[in-house]
Design a protein around this ligand. Sequence first.
Ligand code: APR
Length: 334
Amino acid sequence: MPLEIIRNDITKVRADAIVNAANSSLLGGGGVDGAIHRAAGPELLEECRTLGGCETGQAKITRGYKLPAKYVIHTVGPVWRGGKYNEAKLLADCYRNSLALAMEYKLESIAFPLISTGAYGYPRDEALKIAISAIGDFLLENDMTVYLVVYDKASFVLSEKLFSSIAQYIDDQYIDEHPEYIRSRRLEAFQAEEDSFLYKESVAAPVPEEKRRRSLDDVVNNLDETFSQMLLRLIDEKGMTDAETYRKANIDRRLFSKIRNDINYKPSKTTAIAFAIALELNLDETRDLLLKAGYALSRSNRFDIIIQYFIENRNYNIFEINEALFAFDQPLLI
Ligand code: APR
């Protein structure tokens, strides 16, 4: 997948380049800056001395020396001062300029820490959204594998309301399959959150019943359709292009062309689900598409239950889906 969010120490990541959250002197510091300099060895500092510093939002490149990564791209994030000093643009520039430098050096992979979210105090959830948005925009036009390296769980700030609603949904689905499952200690909180569903019925546009369920002839006419055929049909029906679909699903272009060219291609379950989210399928369409690849959404698998929750609530925001998967220790969709 072109964008992966991983939990690791960035100095251990084997990407072509890792990005350093540096300060304008480029002469080292604490946090990820200190960790990278320690792991790279003294030659990194020697090369940094020749760079003459770096402006906030800009990026400069050095070799990686003792690091597994061939290069280090040093960028300087904005210090958070309340959000009225162009911080959001400067932070996005850090990602954009680092990616531009990686393209210039024809790199195939790059790993970012969450820039500015440590000593520089940028609110994590805002910084995460800016990072994913800047990287996502880049990946819509370019091919590169981008890792967003999250060092601690606090980086994913899932709102209490969303967490409670999903925990309750898991309870409701999971309990039937696992009677021994102790109802979550959050149950008493649910009573207080009773009306806190992601989409209050009053605001969610009611979908007419005939649209909610697939029509009988839909099913009969497409019984012998393969996964690949169904996917391509749905892309046409949704009025999307191939590129829009695979980029929104965060699927590599080469994998998509394999699926397009091999009528009997069997994707992984995660890939099939990623396409369902990108195409904003309802639960029936999602189940049909998964079935074509030989999979089903299980009610005893938390990952599947969380995906079902978002599809039932018609929330296809890949960012919130990943926040939820991360918060429940599930593999991420992106
Ligand atoms: N791997 C991945 N991420 C890490 C690592 C690591 N080894 N160490 C820290 N982080 C994470 C932090 O948890 C934080 O989320 O990197 C993010 C950025 O934190 P900082 O390193 O403090 O960087 P920043 O907030 O941009 O502040 C930069 O701090 O270290 C100094 O010299 C640096 O002055 C500069 C300032």
